[in-house]
Design a protein around this ligand. Structure first.
Ligand code: UDP
Length: 192
């Protein structure tokens, strides 16, 4: 995809539909893929945190999540096609994963929230295999990563907020050749 840089963060400039097609193909090919859906907060944070900026530089795709990014890009004279949010992308991939009998690993949010999310996903997407779930209040991610490595899910959604979710993905993505995406507060929304 063509890139549009907003304060040194290279965003992909494409449509949600085209982005999904590409991600689905990566998943089908079992390619290790790291997606960051970045809002203005993330861009500002990266400016002052070289380590986080480095993590963003190593992501495969950074999408504009948040209207502020699109407004910024337009002001800079490089308008972008459309907003691509973590929440919408996750929902689209859960639906596709259900149609394609894919597997998913869900990590994040409070214990009662992730339990609700599991119930919602099981009900709405009965053909999607839930490889595992974990709440977002763990001391050590290593045992969770080990389970991800064992179950080899097609998609891992990590909802522990930034910058932690991107840091964890950067550290552990090599353990599973699937999609890894940080989805912030999405589980709270999905649980209702
Ligand atoms: N969270 C978590 N573990 C933590 C801190 C936060 O699982 O150690 C969860 C929290 O319960 C919420 C989400 O991460 O569901 C953070 O949502 P927010 O909208 O703040 O995401 P951000 O915009 O910071 O990425």
């Amino acid at each position: 995809f063509p890139l549009v840089s907003v304060l040194n963060v290279p965003f992909i400039n494409t449509t949600q539909a085209a982005f999904l097609t590409t991600i689905e193909s990566h998943i089908n090919n079992r390619e290790n893929t790291f997606v960051v859906t970045a809002n203005p907060e993330i861009v500002m944070y990266a400016r002052n945190n070289p380590n986080y900026q480095q993590i963003l530089n190593n992501a495969d795709y950074i999408t504009p999540d948040g209207i502020g990014i699109l407004k910024g890009a337009a002001i800079l004279g490089t308008p972008m096609a459309e907003r691509i949010t973590g929440y919408d992308t996750m929902l689209d991939l859960l639906k596709w994963g259900n149609d394609q009998h894919k597997s998913v690993y869900l990590i994040g949010a409070k214990p009662e929230v992730i339990t609700d999310v599991k119930n919602v996903v099981t009900t709405r997407y009965p053909n999607l295999n839930i490889a595992g779930i974990h709440d977002g209040y763990f001391d050590d991610f290593a045992p969770i990563a080990q389970d991800i490595s064992k179950t080899q899910p097609d998609m891992v959604f990590l909802a522990v907020g930034f910058p932690k979710q991107e840091q964890l993905i950067a550290d552990y993505r090599h353990q599973n050749n699937g999609l890894w995406m940080g989805v912030g507060g999405s589980f709270d929304v999905l649980s209702g």
